[in-house]
Write a protein that binds this ligand. Structure first.
Ligand code: 13P
Ligand code: SF4
Length: 317
């Protein structure tokens, strides 16, 4: 069993080695807000899915280490096919992306030939290749609102985000029935109970949560939008209804405020944590930078098809 001091020393050594390798290899460490605190600490860039895609599109680094989940690495690779894109743990998938099988999605798309296909960025490259426009939770509303009011739209895979966009835009997009196993499990009852204990707290909700939670929210938005709201708003306390990794940056940016992680349905398990996101560790970041593996590869044909809707997203947002 390692002592606390030994553990601290090891972490410091890993941080030093990562910094050295990063310079030597001209690598960029990009990190999503749901990553472990110690990974967010060493990142060159932290962001939501939209910011990560934008940053990947403009970096001049030779290597991108994507500390997030697989679809984030794939999106970076599609935008920068000539760069090496690494992910600390290849098993870091996404239950939402997995809820949209490309073969089934193709059938759905083909059975609605007069529809524009909008896909959330939390999808495989194969699903993006069947898509007209990719969106993130940070730009979905803005993009949908740019389409003609009578445009017929398919939206996948996140049903809760789709319902939210339908409600704020007045559209009637056809929704795929996918969901994220973390966001879909937050309990309305528990959050109402929490609000009773903290009546002054504002409720921040990610749009991947179910509709009743969206309805009681003071702010619905992407991780970056929730963070931005907390920075500009004047409340002192917040109930944060999304993956709890975001609390690290919220507390960094607003040290004088209190952020409470919303409990999920089953308080016995850490259901407000994304087990895929948490697969990445500081040691794995070091090892993947040292060994330049695991690397993300995307089939060339699929990559070319998937690039168009991603570029369209970047143009429209
Ligand atoms: P954001 O784009 O809001 O960061 O969300 C990504 C995600 O995976 C949410 O579960
Ligand atoms: Fe996917 Fe949900 Fe994890 Fe986000 S929190 S990466 S949607 S499984």
């Amino acid at each position: 069993m390692q002592s606390e001091l030994e553990e601290k020393k090891e972490m410091q050594q890993l941080r030093d080695d990562i910094m050295r390798l990063k310079k030597e290899k001209n690598a960029l460490i990009m990190t999503h807000y749901y990553q472990r605190d110690e990974i967010q600490e060493i990142a060159d860039f932290i962001g939501d899915s939209l910011a990560l895609a934008r940053q990947a599109a403009k970096t001049d680094a030779d290597i991108i280490v994507m500390c997030g989940v697989h679809f984030m690495g794939e999106t970076a690779k599609i935008l920068c096919p000539d760069k090496k894109v690494l992910i600390p743990d290849k098993a870091a998938g996404c239950s939402l992306a997995d809820s949209c099988d490309p073969v089934e999605f193709k059938e759905f798309v083909e059975s609605h030939p007069d529809h524009t296909v909008i896909s959330y960025v939390n999808t495989s490259a194969a699903v993006k290749a069947l898509t007209d426009i990719v969106v993130t939770s940070g730009n979905a509303r803005k993009i949908v609102e740019q389409l003609p009011e009578d445009e017929k739209i398919i939206f996948g895979p996140d049903h809760n985000l789709g319902e939210y966009i339908n409600s704020v835009t007045g559209r009637r997009m056809l929704l795929w029935k996918g969901a994220c196993h973390v966001h879909d499990r937050f309990s309305l009852e528990k959050i109402i109970e929490m609000k009773k204990e903290h009546p002054g707290a504002k409720i921040l909700v990610h749009p991947e949560c179910r509709r009743p939670l969206q309805l009681i929210a003071d702010k619905v938005g992407s991780t970056a939008a929730l963070l931005d709201f907390a920075q500009k708003d004047d409340a002192k306390e917040y109930i944060v209804v999304t993956e709890s990794g975001i609390l690290f940056e919220m507390r960094n940016k607003c040290p004088q405020k209190v952020f409470l992680a919303a409990p999920a349905e089953d308080s016995e398990c850490q259901c407000n944590e994304c087990d895929f996101m948490k697969l990445n560790t500081l040691r794995k970041v070091y090892e993947c930078l040292r060994d330049e593996t695991p690397e993300i590869f995307v089939d060339e044909e699929i990559s070319k098809k998937a690039l168009k809707p991603i570029e369209r997203m970047l143009e429209m947002s």
